[in-house]
Every structure is written in C-alpha cells, then in structure tokens.
Write a protein of this length. Structure first.
Length: 322
C-alpha cells in the first residue's frame, strides 16, 4: 500500500490565525484518518518577510490546538531540514535543471511587477493579467543590452499547447487552458526563489502524496504541475478547501478583529472550542461543540467538507466565546 504522507507548511510572516488553523486541522485529519505521516515544514524562503520568533509561535499554536507531526523543524526526520531557508541548494539545483532544458528565460521587467508576481502564497488572482511574454520574445542582442542595466528574474516558459487537467479532492475536475496564468517567475531578480518552485521541490523531496490547502492556491496548481512535469517528479494529489471570509467578502484577517490563535487564547478561548468550531464549519460535526482534535480522526470524511467559501458573520464568531 502506498505510504500516505501529508503536510502543513505555514509562512512565519505573521501570527497564526483561524484561517491557518482551518487548513492545518483539515490537512492533519486527512492524514491521521489514513494512518499516514504528517509533516510540518516552515516556508520561510522570503527572508525579509519572515521572522524566527513567529516560526516558534506557530509551533506553539499548533501544539496548543492538539495537532502533532511526525517530522518537522523541531524534531527532525529523514528529509531534514524542514525549514526552506536551509534548503536553498535544492531549489538552485532544480533551477539549473530547468535552465539546461530550456524551460526558463531571463526577464528584465520592473522590480515592482516581479515582487507582485513572485510573492507567495496567495494564488494568482492577485497578480492581475497574465505576463504578456515581453521578455520571452527578446533577441540575444536585446537581452545582452538589458543585462547591462538590470539583473533579470527567471521565468518558466509555459506550454501553450497542452491544457492542464486534474481531479481536485474537494473542488472536483479542474481544466485549465494551455498557458493558463502566463509565464511565471521561478527566481526573482533579487535572487529569492519563488514559492512555486520551492513548494514543488520540497513536496517531491519529502515524498508528500497528499496536499490539502486553501482554495486561494487552486489556480497555482497548474503551474506546479508544469514544474513537476518539467523536473520529472511525481505530483501529489491535491485538495483545496474553501476560504473563511469576513462579512465584507474578503479573506478573514486582522481587519475583522483579532483572529490570531494567541489572541483568542489570551481572551480565554479554549483550544477545544476552536477545534469544535472549525469541525462544525467543515461539516464534520452536526452542531458546534468543544472537542479535541484527536476525537475527530475516526469520523473525518473529506466528502463532508463544503466546496463554497464560508462567511464568518458576528453570530458565528461569537460561538467561540460561549
């Protein structure tokens, strides 16, 4: 039988909040229900945005929720290190392979555009229009001229012929047209590797078989599948859960009040209340009631997870404090 392996991979650029807990719990339950291994990986590749103390806080928050892991930055494991900033050489090796196969080309477009495109991980909807192939069409002479004035980023040359088709474990059959999203950055002009490349390299290297994550990353999946194919790696199964939204229709965040786990804990909310509340939203409980994460394993069913985004109105939020 295939060894089932899943993961949760937070970015330590802010406090863990209810949206993170939502993804972590469901990813954890998916793997624990199948008696698989659960991996915790810290995605701190964008050094300027990430802080070590937030990584430590994330570990503490997850433990407080009652979630555990078989491998991670604090306990090690066979695929160590489990912190992206310590795995740069692996991304550079993958990038070299892509360069040698002609899959990448230099891009000299503005820094502001590149930062918007490569910042991770919020899906493609925030990027705006697909890249218009500006630098893909440059001649050797034009590249040499621009190289004298600006260090380039590196973009992946998307396939303009083959569509991307995959079966999402929650969202169902997904069919993206050829070249969906346009050519994308795998290394920024400042040398920072992109989320898209790092996550593919890490999931493959760590033998991850199942990726459950937020629906905002659904449209990143075609890019990652193209990278898996170009690098000759086995892609995992994907499942994208709906987002938790505020009443304004935007993703739950600080503007909707303090939704950080540390803040809720300080306000007297017990971890069992958060777990029970999230399980209720995910269709795993018929009514809201406090429960330990471990008590949900035996009854967890992926098919019960809703497919549409969930709006967290005031009445629903107040349940946490009762």
């Amino acid at each position: 039988m295939l060894n089932i392996r899943g993961r949760f991979a937070p970015t330590p650029s802010g406090m863990m909040h209810l949206g993170n807990a939502w993804a972590a719990l469901l990813a954890w339950l998916q793997i624990r229900k199948q008696n698989g291994q659960f991996v915790l990986r810290m995605e701190d590749i964008d050094g300027p945005r990430c802080r070590p103390e937030l990584a430590e806080q994330a570990l503490a928050d997850l433990r407080w929720l009652g979630l555990d892991w078989d491998e991670g930055p604090d306990i090690g494991g066979p695929y160590a290190p489990y912190t992206q900033s310590e795995r740069i050489h692996l991304y550079e090796s993958a990038m070299d392979k892509l360069l040698q196969s002609g899959k990448l080309y230099p891009c000299y477009c503005s820094r502001a555009e590149l930062i918007a495109i490569a910042s991770a991980p919020h899906g493609l909807s925030a990027e705006g229009p697909a890249y218009p192939y500006t630098c893909r069409l440059l001649t050797a002479e034009q590249r040499q001229e621009r190289q004298a004035h600006k260090d380039p980023s590196l973009r992946f040359r998307t396939d303009e012929v083959r569509p991307i088709l995959f079966n999402d474990g929650i969202a169902g059959i997904q069919n993206f047209p050829p070249g969906a999203g346009g050519d994308f950055v795998v290394r920024r002009a400042d040398g920072i590797m992109s989320y898209q490349l790092a996550v593919v390299v890490d999931d493959a290297a760590m033998g991850i078989t199942d990726v459950l994550r937020g629906g905002d990353l659904l449209d990143s999946t075609p890019r990652q599948l193209m990278l898996y194919d170009a690098l000759g790696l086995q892609a995992p199964r994907f499942a994208h859960i709906p987002l938790l939204l505020g009443e304004d229709g935007k993703r739950l965040a600080k503007r909707h009040g303090d939704t950080s786990l540390a803040g809720l804990k300080a306000a007297g909310v017990r971890s069992e209340q958060i777990i029970g509340w999230l399980a209720y939203l995910a269709g795993q409980l018929e009514r809201f009631e406090p429960v330990a994460a471990s008590e949900l394993i035996h009854c967890f069913e992926m098919a019960r997870i809703p497919t549409d985004s969930i709006t967290i109105h005031d009445t629903l939020m107040k349940q946490l404090f009762n």
